[in-house]
Design a protein around this ligand. Sequence first.
Ligand code: NAP
Length: 259
Amino acid sequence: MDLGIKGRKAIVCASSKGLGRACAEHLAAAGVDLVLNARTKGPLEDCATEIRERYGVKVTAVAADVTTPEGQDDIFAACPGPDILVNNAAGPPAGDFRDWSREDWHMALDGNMLAPIEMIRRCFDGMISRKFGRIVNITSAAVKSPFRPLGLSNGARAGLTGFVAGIARDGVANNVTINNILPGLFATDRMTSLLDMISTRDGISEQEAIDMFAHSFPAGRLGDPDEFGVLCAFVCSARAGYITGQNLLIDGGDYPGTF
Ligand code: NAP
């Protein structure tokens, strides 16, 4: 399928690896020029080189923390008028809410609620005036089905989800959409560190922790980031102009509800 976005410009935040990188790869495969972002310069530049060589699109690497105003300035300086914005950043650590301070909450809110809202604020009206825009926020299946140790994530992402629900209809008449994609468990470094924590806590090997998770899933496996990237590229495509304000769960059927 021709996604109809060849030559468009995308900012893909937090994209040197994992789900962000998978989104970047599939947008590049559709002919989209990219601004990639991560905090650590070396792996980010390696990723930019690989994607540039593989797909022949323009790729600019911006090493910056997307949760800071300075980082956001740097990203928009590299791409002042994006057609596509994929919001992403690290998730907050797991723990017990009794231990979390005001600072812990502020860090979670900055990363998983306020930064994506600010990134949207900086490009939404420009997209409307150009009559094309696609915004995707990478959130979490925990928005629909909260996971108790990830309370910081559950809370901050719920705030972003409520905000997006309120504005997602404002752009659609001008072909600007905003959607959230909610990953279940995908085989990325983030997941590996969570599995490390579980294997240490339960005194089992990492493979046993993976097996324990995988066997409890209807799909019998973790998600492949590539499967996530394909969905993101479709939601960002010219073909998806009638989809807005949605929370698209991609979890191999793990969530058991009808809706
Ligand atoms: P990952 O494999 O650890 O990759 C994270 C990427 O984001 C890296 O490129 C990292 O590079 C970059 N990054 C992190 N914080 C950043 C920041 N403040 N500014 C700029 N770049 C930043 O993580 P992932 O598994 O793809 O997860 C992506 C998001 O999805 C996270 O919010 C996670 O909580 C959420 N999620 C993931 C899963 C899953 O199963 N994987 C499930 C539910 C939700 P640097 O470290 O160099 O900055």
